[in-house]
Design a protein around this ligand. Structure first.
Ligand SMILES: NC(=O)c1ccc[n+]([C@@H]2O[C@H](COP(=O)([O-])OP(=O)(O)OC[C@H]3O[C@@H](n4cnc5c(N)ncnc54)[C@H](OP(=O)(O)O)[C@@H]3O)[C@@H](O)[C@H]2O)c1
Length: 261
């Protein structure tokens, strides 16, 4: 069965005139979001640590008629995140949307086996990184007359998962940050939501053997692994005026997985 994204879901115009930051934009879900945002009419500010990949992506988006700027950024560094938002404001004059997505999955084993520094590293990228992005993006959005932010959580931000304690704690934290920030800024024209994907194809899942991948798909009610484009389409919609009365929500993009928790 082909998905909407594979059939070429047409979102042209959905984000026309929008200036959007996407973190973790160099590959996976973030790269798909960068393309989706650009094709929907947004000017996109791409952030990740690896500058070469980002510059190449910005060039490719530009050569297809989109607008994109690459800003090498480590989301765990407050000054770097401040520079990222400042670049968006300098380059495009405003900030209307942001997808705080940076970070990678982290299977660490049973909780008592996790080293404190490994726990800190996971919390640093996923939870503190999301906080640092919100902290810099919100003032820029207030200055721009409002906006919409989508934070990346996971089905692991809603339920527990064996062997993933630090990641689960961080992603639950992102849900809490999202809800509290949404309440803080609801009356000031900033909507703040989160997406909670189930298993989504990325380099790590693609590198597994068919035998390793099959149980992952089988655990999903829809019996398949999702595509980065399916998450990207939901994020673009949440960032758009089509979702104008939605804030503080955690939207599953999980083939039905959370319906079973
Ligand atoms: N794939 C899934 O099944 C799934 C499911 C639920 C939630 N998620 C969440 O979705 C997000 C993206 O996952 P993905 O599967 O697309 O991963 P991915 O393909 O590994 O991409 C991760 C992205 O994050 C960037 N990144 C990592 N650490 C960073 C840092 N400190 N500062 C800035 N950028 C950083 C990476 O670029 P650099 O290495 O160049 O910095 C890369 O662009 C993550 O938050 C993940 O937890 C994924």
């Amino acid at each position: 069965m082909t998905t909407f994204a594979e059939r070429g879901l047409d979102l042209r115009g959905l984000l026309q005139g929008t200036v959007a930051i996407v973190t973790g934009a160099s590959r996976g879900i973030g790269a798909a979001a960068a393309w989706t945002f650009a094709r929907a009419g947004a000017a996109v500010v791409l952030a990740a640590r690896g500058e070469d990949t980002l510059l190449e992506l910005a060039d490719r988006i530009g050569s297809e008629g989109g607008r994109a700027t690459a800003v090498a950024t480590d989301v765990t560094e407050p000054e770097a995140v401040e520079r990222l938002v400042a670049r968006a404001m300098e380059t495009y004059g405003r900030l209307n949307a942001a997808f705080n997505n940076a970070g990678e999955g982290a299977l660490q084993g049973p909780l008592a086996d996790v080293e404190p520094e490994d726990f800190d590293r996971v919390l640093d990228v996923h939870l503190r990184g999301t906080f640092l992005c919100l902290r810099s993006e919100i003032p820029a959005m207030l200055q721009s007359g409002g906006g919409s932010i989508v934070n990346m959580t996971s089905t692991a931000g809603v339920g527990g998962w064996r062997g993933l304690g630090a990641y689960v704690a961080a992603k639950h934290g992102v849900v809490g940050l999202t809800r509290s920030a949404a309440l803080d800024y609801a009356a000031q024209g900033i909507r703040i939501n989160a997406v909670a994907p189930g298993p989504i194809m990325n380099d790590r899942i693609a590198s597994l053997s068919d035998e390793q991948r099959e149980p992952i798909a089988r655990a999903v009610p829809m019996q398949r692994i999702g595509t980065p484009e399916e998450v990207a389409a939901t994020v673009a919609w949440l960032c758009s005026d089509a979702a104008s009365y939605i804030t503080g929500a955690v939207v599953p993009v999980d083939g039905g997985q959370l319906a079973e928790i």
